[in-house]
Design a protein around this ligand. Structure first.
Ligand SMILES: *Cc1c(COP(=O)(O)O)cnc(C)c1O
Length: 386
């Protein structure tokens, strides 16, 4: 059976060119970048080159890129360290209700340590209100953290405007750009962003590596204690093969950005249109414009999302019901609840995320099978009066 992967927002395969770039750094050029000898110096050089490539994807300077173990660590580091450094100025933080758990759970930890967090509401498409944001800012607000692109419904926030508001009010601004890097043009010099999280495995690089962009002049303390790596800000021997792979993935993403966005958004719009035209009682979750180029999210009435996922998997289609993080849990996704879906319809939601290896034929296959499976499930549902 041909397997079709439509879960690119959960993770992506490593591209061949990425893997090939990594291989020599496991066996031949395996030095520790802190060593004085030639093995070490070669590792140090490749570290610098890699940092430039990652910086280039978001138009940062190379000395503003700090390698971490991924998006989760970057988010934790940004929130917890910025809170700690600035706690004498104030203990108030602003975020949104639809953030990734790496942000939400970090905020909960900070609340247990005496910080106060405002969780902004979003509208039916997942956008925060800039007015609400302005009104939430207080004298003791030290940090705003709003995600660039939502991982479930694809909403692209107006990061430039949010950054302006933060700057005008002298508040530090962090954005979780894990879903944005490589899927939208990012220029940190235009954005008024102070910190930005990235992850390699969402953009065809290896897992377990990512970066935090820290704008020059932003005061931050290390998250881990140990050696002097990453300018004494992130201890631990650098994972050179993973860093090389991440850098290669960033380089490819930068070179192909326009082509990638065009390809994905054509397939996305096609899938949305075909399903909306051929299935009744279906709603598209997330916005029409300002949407992740590869994100599709449907809510089917009278359907159990888990059953839908299993039946799709049985024909080789890998999808997700809302968020990978809620898989196996009966709680509906916090994102779908925040955009105002009722429990029932949230449970009937399906996320299909398109990537570089998706083809038009996959879309047709999915549409055909969705029509059949949705009808089968509805025929079994006591709520459906079709
Ligand atoms: C995947 C993801 C993360 C976590 O990144 P990891 O590298 O898997 O730790 C954080 N935020 C968002 C929006 C994500 O999609």
């Amino acid at each position: 059976m041909k397997r079709r992967y439509l879960d690119y927002s959960a993770t992506t395969p490593v591209k061949k060119e990425v893997l090939e770039a990594m291989i020599p750094y496991f066996t031949e050029t395996f030095g520790n970048a802190s060593s004085i000898h030639t093995f070490g110096q070669i590792a140090k050089e490749v570290l610098t080159e890699s940092r430039k490539k990652v910086a280039n994807l978001i138009n940062a300077n190379e000395n503003e890129i700090f390698f971490t173990s991924g998006g989760t660590e970057s988010d934790n580091w940004a929130l917890k360290s910025i809170a700690k450094v600035n706690k004498n100025r104030g203990k108030h933080i602003i975020t949104s209700k639809i953030e990734h758990h790496a942000i939400l759970h970090s905020c909960e930890t900070l609340e247990s340590e005496g910080f106060e967090v405002t969780y902004l509401d979003v509208d039916e498409y997942g956008f925060i209100s800039l007015e609400d944001l302005k009104n939430a800012i207080r004298k003791d607000t030290i940090l705003i953290s709003i995600m660039y692109i939502n991982n479930e419904i694809g909403t692209v926030q107006n990061i430039e405007e949010i950054g302006k508001i933060a700057k005008d009010n002298n508040v530090i601004f962090h954005t979780d750009a894990v879903q944005a890097a490589g899927n939208i043009k990012i220029d940190v010099k235009e954005l008024n962003v102070d910190l930005l999280s990235m992850s390699s495995h969402k953009i065809y690089g290896p897992k377990g590596i990512g970066a935090l962009y820290i704008k020059r002049g932003t005061r931050i303390i290390p998250f881990m204690d140990g050696g002097a790596q990453e300018k004494k800000k992130r201890a631990g021997t650098e994972n050179i093969p993973a860093i090389v792979g991440f850098a290669k993935a960033c380089e490819i993403a930068k070179e192909n950005l326009d082509e990638h966005i065009n390809k994905l958004s054509v397939l996305r719009d096609d899938l949305i249109e075909k399903v909306s035209n051929s299935i009744d009682d279906v709603k598209v979750n997330g916005p029409r414009d300002n949407r992740h180029p590869g994100n599709v999210n449907f809510a089917f009435k009278y359907i159990e999302g888990e059953a839908l996922l299993l039946m799709l998997d049985a024909v080789g289609v890998a999808a997700s019901s809302g968020s990978a993080c809620t898989a196996g849990s009966l709680e509906p996704s916090h994102v779908l609840m925040s955009i105002g879906l009722g429990h029932e319809i949230a449970h009937g939601s399906l996320r299909l995320t398109i990537g570089d290896f998706t083809e038009e034929e996959d879309i047709d296959f999915i549409v055909e099978n969705l029509i059949r499976i949705v009808q089968t499930l509805r025929d079994m549902s006591p709520l459906y009066q079709g």
